[in-house]
Write a protein that binds this ligand. Structure first.
Ligand SMILES: *Cc1c(COP(=O)(O)O)cnc(C)c1O
Length: 465
């Protein structure tokens, strides 16, 4: 057929929409996709058809039904948000690129509850008047950590910014050269200091900083002593720094507050999980540190947030600082954080209910059994897979020198290459992210949730059949 003739016979947008209506497909879609977006998808499909005809890639017009099908697929694809759930088979528990911690069921439910309607965010139902958004978290946070007072901001970077701005501005803050951390995304301690209007007074060397280094650097300009947890690196070998208690003692002698950026901030002792060099938040509180900050979505296993603990006068000072308003958290964060912290009243309950703790605490036996179970499901779906030993990571810039013994499922790629298999699993409405190690495609079961198993089996069945 003449190309012009084919082009002329391309249906109009309205004709296809009428056909969709006739087939009852419009009603089914408009629950989730606005009519204007459906119209755009139909138009987009017709334009794509036109250019394929013009380029000679298409020499005949498809049936109208087929064009409509393609337009529906296009509308559904455009409906998919770029931010959407994925299945994490990497074995990295706090995978920053995959959204760090997974919320507990209770925390996720609480978010939904306050998100869909009005709430007591700043309302006191007993008195019938304005309340404080701080009231929902601060006393619980203080209670589970043993701190005098507490507050919450947007993330730990914001917490450090607020603390240094309120407590260091116009003066000097002393920090060890071994702790001048860079966290991903251009968060660097020296730059933050500049941003906060304080002067960094570096002391000691990369590997060794002594108490006297801090003491010799104290001048009338000194505002605080800063301790930073080297979350994402370790200085090992001939290295030394004063104990936290010694630093606190020095601060007391000179009337200077000690500030600690704890980074990951675990509320439970992780040595039972085989993680030996993560300090707990409670240790810092007990040591008498004046102001402590840490992340909500690292080892705590909650939403993105910056948790600040400390002596009452300092927390009051932070709450009154103009930046506090700019860095405050919203109702969804408060809801999720409250549920997360609530769980920590009973550490064993927390270990069962908070996904990060459940994943980190999974035993070798349990992981091996889950890998075997996933293999079975995959075989039923027509794939070949076997359980293999693997190494998981904590991630999130925590515990950089340690891996956790784990179990994974190695999937035979069949007629595909390993890379093609990985890509096919990534490019799905619910992407599956695995790991390639020594030519094998691995799904580490430590970071898989129970409901992921059947989804993996059905997707792998589709891809490999
Ligand atoms: C992760 C980390 C931060 C930043 O925390 P966010 O909650 O991601 O803003 C700051 N300091 C240290 C030491 C960290 O490990």
């Amino acid at each position: 057929m003449e190309q012009q003739e084919i082009l002329r016979r391309i249906p109009k947008v309205d004709e296809l929409l009428a056909l969709a209506e006739e087939r009852g497909r419009l009603d089914a879609m408009t629950d989730t996709i606005p009519p204007a977006a459906i119209r755009d998808a139909v138009r987009g499909e017709l334009e794509a058809l036109r250019s394929r005809i013009l380029s000679g890639a298409l020499t005949d017009l498809p049936e109208r039904e087929a064009i409509l099908d393609a337009a529906c697929v296009r509308a559904a694809a455009e409906r998919l948000p770029s931010l959407r759930p994925v299945i994490n088979g990497t074995g990295v528990v706090l995978h920053t690129n995959l959204g760090r911690s997974c919320l507990s069921r209770q925390a996720a439910d609480a978010v939904e509850q306050v998100a869909r309607g009005y709430s007591t965010l700043e309302y006191d139902v007993e008195k019938g008047c304005r309340g404080s958004r701080h009231s929902h978290i601060d006393s619980l946070l203080a209670a589970v950590t043993g701190a005098e007072a507490a507050m919450v901001v947007n993330n730990n970077a914001a917490a450090v910014l607020l603390i240094l701005s309120a407590m260091g501005k116009g003066g000097e803050v002393i920090a060890s050269r071994g702790e001048l951390v860079e966290i991903g995304g251009s968060f660097r301690i020296p730059d933050i200091m500049t941003q906060c209007g304080c002067t960094l007074r570096e002391v000691g060397t990369t590997n060794k900083t002594h108490l006297y280094d801090y003491e010799n650097a104290v001048t009338p300009e000194t505002r605080a002593l800063l301790r930073v947890h080297t979350s994402n690196y370790r200085v090992v070998g001939f290295s030394e720094r004063p104990a936290l208690g010694e630093l606190v003692e020095l601060g007391k002698r000179h009337g200077l507050p000690v500030i600690e950026d704890l980074g990951s901030g675990s509320l439970v002792d992780l040595t039972a999980f085989g993680i030996h060099d993560e300090p707990t938040v409670q240790q810092s509180v007990k040591a008498g540190v004046d102001v402590i900050s840490f992340s909500g979505d690292k080892l705590l296993g909650g939403p993105q947030a910056g948790l600040i603990l400390g002596k009452k006068p300092y927390i009051e000072l932070l709450k009154k600082h103009p930046l506090a308003r700019a860095l405050r958290v919203d109702k969804m964060t408060i809801a999720a954080l409250r549920e997360t912290l609530y769980a920590y009243q009973d550490p064993s309950w927390a270990r069962r209910n908070i996904p990060v703790l459940r994943m980190l605490g999974a035993s070798g036996e349990e992981l091996r059994a889950r890998a075997a179970q996933l293999c079975l499901l995959l075989e039923e779906a027509g794939c070949t897979a076997r359980a293999v030993e693997a190494e998981s990571q904590v991630g999130g810039g925590s515990c950089p020198t340690q891996t956790l013994k784990s179990w994974a499922v190695a999937v035979e790629p069949g007629r595909l290459t390993v890379d093609a298999l990985a890509e096919a699993l990534r490019r799905a409405p619910l992407p599956i992210i695995g790991r390639i190690s020594q030519g094998q495609y691995l799904l580490d079961v430590r970071t898989l949730q129970d409901e992921d198993f059947s989804r993996i089996a059905s997707r792998l069945g589709e891809v490999l059949r």
